[in-house]
Ligand binder design. Structure first.
Ligand SMILES: [Zn+2]
Length: 291
């Protein structure tokens, strides 16, 4: 991922689906946007149609998902849409949305990727900012999961994800490594679906989540394997976790460059690592200026 120009989509495109949390019918309309606009969601179902930039400053604390809030509006589960945009290097885009969450689709971001590929891309004149890992960084969560970042001897973003929930988990231990480019994203990552244990479903349903979501809409793991579905790859879960990392890293608004090694981590750890990275990068810039 060498320094490159920003991109937007050539024409508007759309995607529709059902929200995993609320069961709402959700429409996304992707519109071209000028350089340095970034990715912005607009809640067209609310009075005044408020906008929320998909950026770190608008993150809200959430369990097992990424949500943004601002200007009186909230959008839940932005990570898969953000991953599709970042994976295809679409930097500037206005996304009209008519619900408080993005569509769940099949648990992956392939539907968004397909819509964006139809729209095609337009290169802009401004350069995409880069965020390079200047020194080794490490985040450990309370549950022992961890992610670290290391400087990379060459251009690009490489992510290794090791998923290991122990010998008694219905989800087998697996790992995946990818050097993220639009090509590898489309061919290796974008189709990987989110997953859940069947033992976790009852508590989520009790909270009112997933009224229209079935085992066909994502991967549900039971002691006997995947329920009512088939894996697209033996390491689909690890690939999905990389999909999540790419979407979470994109909230920096930069091409994040470095080598990332994750072990069982989720969204909160990803965001904390990006905060550390932004701080470390700013400190290094300051040192360079002083020197
Ligand atoms: Zn996900």
């Amino acid at each position: 991922m060498a320094s490159r120009n920003q991109r937007t989509i050539r024409k508007e495109t759309s995607a529709e689906g059902v929200g995993f949390l609320t069961g709402a019918d959700v429409s996304l309309r992707f519109l071209p946007a000028p350089e340095n606009h970034g990715v912005v969601f607009q809640r067209v179902d609310l009075n005044g149609q408020p906008c929320v930039p998909a950026a770190h400053d608008f993150l809200v604390p959430r369990q097992r998902r990424t949500g943004i809030s601002g200007n009186g509006a909230t959008i839940e589960l932005v990570e898969h849409v953000m991953s599709a945009l970042a994976g295809l290097q679409v930097d500037n885009c206005l996304i009209e949305i008519n619900a408080p969450e993005t569509p769940g689709f099949d648990g992956s971001c392939k539907a968004v990727v397909d819509a964006l590929l139809i729209a095609d891309f337009e290169e802009q004149s401004a350069t995409k900012p880069q965020l390079r890992v200047p020194k080794p960084l490490h985040v450990t969560a309370e549950d022992g999961s961890m992610i670290d970042a290391r400087p990379f001897g060459r251009e690009g973003q490489t992510i290794t994800y090791l998923l290991d929930y122990g010998p008694n988990s219905p989800i087998p231990a697996q790992s995946y490594t990818v050097n993220v480019t639009p090509e590898t994203f489309v061919n290796e990552i974008c189709f990987a679906r989110t997953f859940i244990l069947d033992s976790e479903i009852a508590s989520l349903k009790a909270l009112g989540y997933g009224p229209r979501t079935t085992a066909k809409d994502l991967l549900v793991f039971t002691a006997d394997g995947v329920l009512d579905n088939e894996l697209k790859a033996a390491d689909e879960c690890a690939r999905h976790k990389i999909l999540d990392c790419i979407g979470d890293f994109a909230l920096t608004g930069c091409d994040v460059q470095g080598y990332f090694n994750a072990w069982r981590t989720g969204h909160q750890t990803n965001h904390e690592l990006m905060r550390q990275l932004q701080d470390a990068s700013a400190a290094e810039d300051l040192e360079t200026q002083v020197a």
